[in-house]
Design a protein around this ligand. Structure first.
Ligand code: ADP
Length: 487
């Protein structure tokens, strides 16, 4: 099967969050099963070019319609961690992907609508006829729309589309000009098609993806329910319910070739569930690197984008609660919002010389590995979480997750005390209420167990490490979906 993965991120070359890990991990697993996978990405100026092997131009002067005119693009080809990838580079004064940032531009809908159209135009002109196009999030919502409205009649009638919603908080809601820009008719503004459910006169790119795709998934079963039946659907509930017969949740996996303490090249010491000595040495290395005192205290960590979704006030509260309860606290986070960034910079300045606390503000892949290995607990107090990868990574590294039971967090972390799962499947601590008391109830139990029942705590660590959240099972699910829509 030839699968074209059309997305706006792919680790390690262009990563903002979990979407990048998913494109990388799922593509690698599908390729390992013998499927032909090709990843499509915009050619951002800020990508990690050193992570692309054999980058070379493979197509020149691809003419992509844009309003009543067009924009020439060049297409480059290379390999990202063994995966074939195509990069689309428009040549125009809009400089869509030469902005020094992936997202956060005023014209994001125009940038990614153009990319969606260009990816299809390239497939069409280069004779590529994917069996399945798997596209992701609002940035590529126009792919199935343009495929079935334009390219099907031009000879791409056999291609089917699977569309995955990674976060419906961002839907690509924009003006009707986007249809004109993309060569699509204004009749698509109708409420059954791309017309936004809550903003009359606006176009919703994610809704277009849902309506036009042959199958739609989201990244955990709980989130699939939440976005159909609760305000977490942000206006898409009725659309998802109309299309419920082709919608389901598939839990993400993580790539254990990248995230595995037995082989992780970014770690000073390796370890296994049977022998955790390396983890304690990694903890010392972490303390040394972050100027923390070497004391008999648990290390409570956060690795996160610092965004309102992630529970900013509860992350801050975890810091104060950890320090007040004989724990150390480490944070690695990056904020795109200026006020959130200022908040954490102030906290960093305040705790700069504290021997039990370190805040590292920015994006640091290598340090994230050392934190997953060196911490005892990872706190994830999200307001909502479609899947969440950090708790899954933490578990593989024997770091006990302390999470709010929402979305994928509820599907992957089972409470040490209250879960109805057998003991060997209990992996962490959960809480329900999105407030300080809720967080304290879970983090307090975790720190208490660490001090008072260390054998029980280390059994939880081992339980976590034994869970299998590799891409094996999710890849089976996706292959079944691909076969289903092709049949
Ligand atoms: P989201 O996609 O909402 O950001 P996920 O939990 O799905 O959240 O995925 C987050 C991914 O980004 C994980 O691989 C995590 O390790 C990584 N990550 C988040 N923040 C940072 C950071 N500041 N530095 C390095 N890696 C980070």
């Amino acid at each position: 099967m030839y699968i074209a993965m059309v997305a706006s991120e792919c680790a390690p070359v262009a990563k903002v969050g979990g979407l990048a890990d998913v494109i990388h991990g799922l593509s690698r697993e599908l390729q390992r099963r013998g499927e032909a996978v090709e990843v499509f990405l915009p050619m951002y100026d800020c990508m990690s070019y050193d992570r692309i092997e054999g980058l070379e131009q493979c197509w020149a002067d691809l003419w992509v319609p844009y309003y009543s005119d067009g924009i020439f693009c060049d297409v480059f080809r290379g390999r990202v961690d063994g995966i074939n990838a195509c990069f689309i580079k428009p040549r125009s004064r809009e400089n869509f992907f030469d902005r020094g940032a992936y997202y956060g531009q005023e014209d994001d809908p125009a940038r990614f609508a153009f990319y969606s159209r260009a990816a299809l135009e390239f497939m069409y002109k280069s004779g590529r006829r994917p069996d399945v196009i798997h596209c992701h999030d609002w940035q590529t919502g126009l792919v199935p729309v343009a495929l079935f409205e334009i390219y099907q009649a031009l000879g791409m009638e056999r291609t089917r589309v699977c569309y995955t919603l990674h976060n419906v908080h961002h839907q690509g809601i924009t003006g009707p000009h986007i249809l004109h820009q993309s060569g699509l008719g204004m009749h698509l503004m109708s409420p059954e098609k791309l017309g936004d459910n809550e903003h009359p006169g606006a176009v919703n790119l994610m809704k277009g993806g849902i309506v036009y795709s042959n199958f739609v998934t989201t990244v955990s079963p709980s989130y699939a329910d939440e976005i159909r039946w609760t305000p977490l659907g942000h206006g898409l509930q009725s659309t998802l319910n109309t299309h419920a017969a082709k919608f389901g949740g598939v839990l993400n996996g993580v790539d254990y070739g990248t995230w595995n303490p037995e082989i992780d090249p970014q770690l000073p010491y390796h370890y296994t569930p049977a022998d955790l000595a390396g983890k304690f040495r990694d903890q010392q290395a972490l303390r040394q690197r972050l100027w923390l005192q070497n004391r008999f205290k648990p290390v409570v960590a956060v690795v996160s984008r610092l965004d309102a979704q992630k529970g900013i006030h509860l992350i801050s509260h975890a810091l104060f609660f950890a320090l007040a309860n004989r724990a150390q606290f480490v944070l690695l986070g990056s904020a795109s919002d200026a006020s959130i960034d200022a908040h954490f910079r102030a906290l960093k300045a305040r705790f700069n010389d504290h021997p039990d606390c370190h805040l590292e503000l920015g994006y640091d892949e290598e340090l994230s590995h050392l934190i997953y290995a060196g911490a005892d607990m990872l706190v994830i107090p999200s307001a909502f979480e479609p899947c969440g990868l950090t708790q899954i990574i933490a578990m593989k590294y024997g770091t006990v997750p302390v999470v709010r039971a929402t979305g994928g967090l509820a599907d992957t972390v089972f409470d040490a005390n209250y879960s109805d799962k057998p003991f060997e499947q209990r992996t962490g601590f959960t809480f329900n209420d999105f407030d300080e008391a809720g967080l304290e109830s879970a983090l307090g139990r975790a720190i208490g167990l660490w001090y008072d029942y260390p054998r029980y705590f280390s059994q939880l660590m081992r339980n976590s490490m034994h869970q299998d959240y590799s891409w094996k099972q999710p890849a089976d699910h996706y292959l079944n979906i691909y076969r289903h829509i092709l049949s």
